[in-house]
Design a protein around this ligand. Structure first.
Ligand code: BV8
Ligand code: ZN
Length: 238
């Protein structure tokens, strides 16, 4: 079966996971070099840990800011930006918190799990979006700890983000899932909506996933190369 070409579709959703950022140098969560192999999320990346040991959680999240802050988008991100600019409606629904899509120039990004670069104060409701790495001032002006505005395990997802994702995925003609292991819910089940609506589904991942059987096309390789194979007819930045 020939590889679907982005230029042949008007409404496209790119559904991305950590594997989309792997070639940028951002560690994935699972598999080889996965960050959960080095750091137990129950100690460093969940509300209970934050309530018990905010310093430890901030030490880990400043470490992540340092890691991610040194990373840059790759050619696959450029393909997605070109599709956004040259197709009537191409958007990104991402599970990632690294803002690599935005750094590449994507403007239609829905973050299902928040952002490493966003903060919120649970005491006064203040929010902050900045790229300080490390974050030096760990307390909000009201004196409470800043909390990374990330959806940790056990957190409810941001309802507006989920509803927006469902709307985009429900209307797309092509869904391209890139670099996700499809094991974390409720995000993992969102592509099912596109399948139910008869969209064309492409899975870009060197490995199969529990959701692979739902996809008509499986591009078993790295995101940058596989996205370039879908980009005939798109003008890419030099
Ligand atoms: C929720 C941000 C309601 C955080 C993440 C018990 C208690 C509480 C909850 C649960 C529970 N049991 C189950 C749950 C639900 C839980 C869940 O699904 N757990 C799973 C593990 C079973 N979900 C939740 O907790 C969610 N909230 O359900 O709220 C609730 C509340 C209370 C109680 C019950 C229910 C919140 C989930 C969000 C967690 N936050 N990230 C942070 O970063 O610190 S999860 C994290 O993993 C990512 O955000 C992502 O969403 C998720 C999956 O990761 P992937 O992106 O897929 O990355 P991964 O490393 O796994 O895979 C990389 C893939 O890329 C691989 O397939 C690899 O082959 C591929 N790849 C590698 N290189 C490349 C490549 N592909 C292409 N190119 C390459 N070069
Ligand atoms: Zn505050």
């Amino acid at each position: 079966m020939s590889i679907p070409q982005l230029a042949d579709f008007d409404r496209i959703v790119f559904f991305t996971g950590a594997g989309m950022s792997a070639e940028s140098g951002v560690p994935t969560y699972r598999g080889h070099g996965g960050i959960w192999k080095q750091y137990d999320y129950e100690r460093y990346a969940c509300q209970t840990a934050f309530d018990r040991d905010p310093e430890g959680v901030w030490e880990f999240h400043n470490y992540r800011r340092g890691l991610v802050g040194a990373c840059r988008p790759h050619r696959g991100h450029d393909v997605i930006v070109a599709a956004e600019q040259q197709r009537p409606r191409a958007t990104v629904v991402t599970q990632n918190i690294d803002e690599m899509h935005q750094l590449a120039g994507s403007t239609g990004v829905t973050e299902l799990h928040g952002s490493l670069w966003k903060l919120r104060c649970e005491a006064c409701g203040a929010t902050r979006h900045g790229y300080d790495s490390p974050l030096a001032e760990l307390h909000c002006g009201c004196g409470a700890w800043w909390r990374p505005a990330i959806t940790w395990f056990g957190d409810m997802l941001n309802e507006a983000a989920v509803q927006s994702a469902i709307q985009q995925i429900g209307q797309c003609e092509l869904l391209v899932a890139i670099g996700t292991s499809a094991v974390v819910y409720p995000a993992a089940q969102l592509p099912r909506i596109a399948a139910a609506n008869g969209a064309v589904l492409v899975e870009i991942n060197p490995e199969p996933t529990p959701m692979s059987s739902m996809y008509q096309h499986h591009l078993r390789g790295p995101a940058s190369e596989m996205l370039l194979q879908m980009a005939e007819g798109l003008e890419l930045p030099t």
